[in-house]
Write a protein that binds this ligand. Structure first.
Ligand SMILES: [Zn+2]
Ligand SMILES: [Zn+2]
Length: 283
């Protein structure tokens, strides 16, 4: 029997467009056995998700930590850690606070550029979730500055290094691995070769992170093609990393794609075996 596990998804607790309960309902409808909820820098969606599980669906509690290495953004998926661990909780809070201050600064820069986007508008779109660039992108589309939210991620707007772009506080990936590990969790490097993500994380860096205690790397991801996947499979085997996968669904923003990418057979169980800070929640 094949286990269908999508280990990467977002809800409105960060920059997804649908509430955690709705993500769980869509996961069940997509025929998944396991769904990883990995909102950016927050576990705020877990309780609602756990309460909404259909029978037969298992929630893998997680998050996607914002990291930076050599000036490049790096995303680190973390699962089954103790969210009450003081050091980890403090870092997560620092990242979220920095997200708010940088978003406010980007809105201020857009205002200077003559774009009628306001903080109130961005806050309304974020609706209490962890604010991110996708919320500002939707605001830009709302006022007609760009045709679609995706068009906002360009050098003219809020793409990395763009006119209104502001960077934010982020963790060193090695420190993220250590923090999550100390909280009993496991880490998986997200979309290391994602097309359109800027930095293709070099083999040497992935090897270094493996040495620092990284458990897995994401191989099956919508932004990685077959050529990249086969290279990553070889790298994972060489470094002893668990090959993982997920849809990185953000609801409407990514065209409702839960389940289109899944973790290779056996990977979910391997990750759970390595973790001690929490357990999957069975519906
Ligand atoms: Zn990511
Ligand atoms: Zn993601």
């Amino acid at each position: 029997m094949v286990l269908h596990a999508d280990l990467h998804s977002h809800s409105s607790a960060s920059d997804g467009t649908t509430p955690p309960a709705d993500v769980m309902a869509r996961a069940a409808a997509a025929g998944l056995d396991v769904i990883g909820l990995t909102d950016h820098d927050t576990v705020a969606g877990h309780a609602e998700a756990a309460a909404a599980l259909a029978p037969g669906l298992t929630l893998l509690p997680g998050m996607e930590l914002s990291c930076r290495r050599d000036g490049h953004s790096v995303h680190m998926l973390a699962y089954l850690f103790d969210p009450a661990d003081p050091e980890l909780a403090a870092e997560m809070a620092a990242i979220r606070e920095s997200r708010v201050s940088r978003a406010r600064e980007m809105v201020a820069r857009l205002a200077e550029m003559g774009v009628p986007v306001t903080w109130e508008q961005v806050s309304r779109i974020a609706a209490g979730g962890v604010v991110g660039r996708p919320h500002i992108a939707r605001a830009l589309a709302e006022v007609g500055a760009v045709p679609t939210p995706a068009d906002a991620f360009s050098p003219d707007w809020i793409g990395a290094g763009g006119r209104a772009y502001v960077s934010r506080y982020a963790l060193d990936p090695g420190r993220a691995i250590a923090l999550v590990g100390a909280a009993g969790g496991v880490t998986v490097l997200a979309h290391p070769r994602g097309v359109g993500r800027g930095w293709q994380i070099p083999d040497e860096v992935i090897a270094e992170l493996a040495g620092a205690g990284l458990s897995g790397i994401e191989i099956n991801h919508p932004q990685q093609d077959e050529q990249q996947r086969s290279r990553l499979r070889v790298l994972a085997a060489t470094l002893g990393l668990i090959p993982s996968g997920g849809s990185d669904d953000h609801g409407e923003l990514t065209g409702f794609r839960l389940g289109v990418e899944q973790a290779p057979e056996g990977s979910y169980q391997a990750l759970v075996e390595r973790a001690s800070g929490g357990a999957p929640i069975v519906g």
